[in-house]
Design a protein around this ligand. Structure first.
Ligand code: SF4
Ligand code: SF4
Length: 412
């Protein structure tokens, strides 16, 4: 899994006195005792172990909890951030005298409906909190960007004093895995995310985009006394063809926290038993010095990565295979592309004809064939940029990646 040495292991109690190093807190929740209290305890310990939480979250500050509200799904499906994790973070923020604000930008479903189905809405209501509109945008400049140097993101998030990023630990059809860095793509409102897939029409460029966006978020929230903390919910993880209903929930029992999203993602890959070299966003962010991607330089507190030994989440179809070098140049030729890279495929029996896939498709590659309620999507491979937004929003898991064609397997 890793070609690096074991990371430094430090008890959480030593954090307050140890010199500043990149630190990732790991807490474990056992399946036989995954009560709300056990989750709360794990969240509390992980948050306070980061040190950044106690420094940044103070009386009078507005703290935005950026949850993961991909699409309508219940807690047990492992798709959205666990409501008990959100509850625990809200309580910790309130205990510090700060004001929590909860939100996200689902791709096509309404925020209200995803809050309700995920159970997060009930948690937010129980504290009497309002969920703000995130449609108004402001420009996030990314001075350290390699390619994409400005993003229009939700103003309400940028205006917060502190951002607590609350991703779900998942495997992902396009990006291999989704944790801290990928979750920040949700700062971009609704279907505007799909337009970015047109500007970055293959997985490698999307990884550059995620790293550029991450650099801007880090610079914004670490300037002028603001704060940035990442807490990844891997209590019920998602494996296979995530990040939506194409994936399968799997109990993992992991809570990770860090002020460094790159370090958190690096540790998260190992906890999932997967291959960090395939997480292209992590590779790019590490090479560019946006965070600590080397396990040797990461101080682990709480539990150990080895506590999750034996866990291997199922990879997304194709195993996150990337075509690089000559293969990538060939794959950019339209006439060769269909021979080399996967494409979305429909399982017609699962489809209910809701048309969400066509709504989100950024290039209009989906048309409907048939009459009325019996109409079903058809995919045009020529304009399709393989962003898999359609699979992400499908409420029935009816869209999956095809097998990689033989030429792609040969060059991959
Ligand atoms: S058909 Fe699906 S994978 Fe292809 S461009 Fe449209 S949303 Fe993306
Ligand atoms: S494939 Fe999924 S998103 Fe598209 S119409 Fe069918 S059920 Fe809806």
């Amino acid at each position: 899994m890793s070609d690096e040495h074991a990371p430094t292991q430090t008890p959480a109690t030593a954090d307050a006195t140890s010199p500043r190093r990149t630190r990732v807190a790991i807490e474990r929740v056992r399946q036989e005792d995954a009560s709300p209290e056990a989750i709360h305890q794990a969240v509390r310990q992980a948050l306070h172990a980061t040190a950044a939480f106690d420094e940044a979250v103070r009386a009078g500050r507005r703290v935005f909890l950026k949850v993961n509200l991909v699409t309508n799904a219940s807690r047990d499906e492992g798709i959205c951030t666990d409501p008990e994790v959100v509850r625990a973070v809200i309580e910790e923020v309130l205990a510090r005298g700060a004001t929590p604000i909860v939100g996200d930008n689902p791709a096509v479903a309404s925020t209200k409906s995803v809050l309700k189905s995920s159970g997060i809405g009930a948690v937010v209501e129980s504290f009497g909190l309002e969920v703000p509109s995130l449609s108004e945008t402001a420009t996030l400049r990314c001075a350290r960007a390699e390619r994409f140097n400005a993003f229009e993101v939700s103003r309400a998030i940028l205006d917060a004093d502190v951002l607590i990023n609350l991703p779900k630990l998942k495997t992902h059809s396009l990006t291999y895995m989704s944790m801290a860095m990928k979750n920040l793509f949700g700062l971009i409102p609704g279907t505007r995310k799909a337009r970015w897939h047109v500007r970055a029409p293959h997985a490698d460029l999307m990884a550059t985009l995620f790293a550029d966006l991450y650099s801007g978020v880090v610079d914004h929230f670490t300037a002028q006394g603001r704060g940035l903390i990442h807490l990844c919910d891997g209590v019920i993880a998602l494996e296979g063809d995530g990040p939506g209903h194409g994936g399968k929930a799997r109990f993992l029992g992991a809570i990770l926290a860090s002020s460094d999203g790159v370090a958190l993602d690096r540790v998260g890959v190992d906890i999932a038993g997967l291959d960090f070299k395939r997480l292209t966003t992590l590779q790019k962010a590490t090479r560019r010095g946006l965070g600590e991607g080397c396990l040797n330089n990461i101080e682990i507190t709480g539990a150990a990565i080895s506590d999750f030994a034996g866990v291997t989440l199922e990879e997304p179809a194709g195993g996150g295979m990337r075509i690089e070098g000559l293969g990538a140049r060939l794959a950019n030729q339209r006439w060769l592309r269909d021979l080399m890279i996967d494409h979305p495929e429909l399982t017609a029996d699962l489809c209910v004809g809701c048309r969400r896939c066509a709504e989100i498709c950024p290039v209009g590659a989906i048309t409907f064939v048939g009459e009325g309620a019996n109409a079903r999507p058809a995919f045009d491979k020529r304009p399709c940029i393989r962003c898999y937004c359609c699979a992400e929003v499908c409420p029935k898991g009816a869209i999956a990646k095809s097998r990689v064609p033989w030429l792609g397997r040969l060059l991959g």
